[in-house]
Design a protein around this ligand. Structure first.
Ligand code: PGA
Length: 248
């Protein structure tokens, strides 16, 4: 039985003033069945972890592949853990696009995350051009194979399927499209890592998930939660997503 994960990705949004959303979120969700995670910008990880309580976990949005050194502007996985993070998002399409991250970079970062005791949320997903030219399955399986190192377990890995064309656009993949890709991801994890890990790793959908569409998406086989951008910024919206995932 996989526990659903409601993961919020604040991206480059929020200052200390927005931490009141965490207090409100905690009061709205009580003790939900779903696991709840917020990944704020790095400067907010520590203060958020101080007020998040036991119910809301805190994560990073990226880490460096090395533990320390002359890498101006970067943050190591151990620093994220030290600040209070238990998860880190890796290989988000915005980082693949803005920072030229390759599957190999993401695999190295994932190993670094594991070494620091973090659970990695590895993101995969096709662009609209790739979908329109029937490359979705090839792209996703290639990204999975290249971005996930050999030592994956059900505890240290979460996969997020995020079609690039659905992120921040208000366009959501259909449940047929989501189901088809999630099935392929589940199969490929099982083939590579065996039954226990393959069945245990949670696969999230991400891309314009909202309180309105979450229930339908969450009812799709092999959808184990959501990676939520815009709708995670407001406690009232995200609380509805947490509640819907808790009963899905
Ligand atoms: P969105 O972002 O919910 O705003 O589409 C999702 C994500 O990029 O993780």
């Amino acid at each position: 039985m996989r526990i659903k994960l409601a993961a919020g990705n604040w991206k480059m949004n929020g200052t200390h003033a927005q931490l009141d959303q965490i207090t409100r979120l905690a009061s709205l969700i009580g003790t939900p069945m779903a696991e709840v995670l917020i990944c704020p910008p790095a400067p907010l990880i520590h203060p958020m972890s101080q007020i998040a309580g036991d119910t809301i976990k805190v994560g990073g949005q990226d880490c460096h592949a090395l533990t320390k050194g002359a890498h101006t502007g970067d943050t190591s996985a151990a620093m994220l853990a030290d600040a209070g993070a238990s998860y880190v998002i890796l290989g988000h399409s915005e980082r693949r696009a803005d920072h030229g991250e390759t599957d190999a970079t993401i695999a190295a970062k994932t190993t670094a995350a594991w070494d620091a005791g973090l659970t990695a949320i590895v993101c995969v997903g096709e662009t609209l051009d790739q979908r329109n030219s029937a490359q979705t399955i090839d792209i996703v399986t290639q990204q999975l194979a290249g971005s996930i190192p050999d030592l994956a377990t059900a505890a240290n890995l979460v996969v997020a399927y995020e079609p690039v064309w659905a992120i921040g656009t208000g366009l959501t993949a259909s449940t047929e499209q989501i189901g088809a890709v999630h099935d392929v991801i589940r199969d490929s994890l099982t083939k590579r890592f065996g039954q226990d890990t393959g069945n245990g790793v949670r696969i999230l959908y991400g891309g314009s998930m909202t309180p309105k569409n979450v229930a339908k998406i969450a009812a799709t086989p092999n959808v184990d939660g959501g990676l939520v951008g815009g709708a995670s910024l407001k406690a009232d919206d995200f609380a509805q997503i947490v509640t819907a995932l808790s009963i899905a």
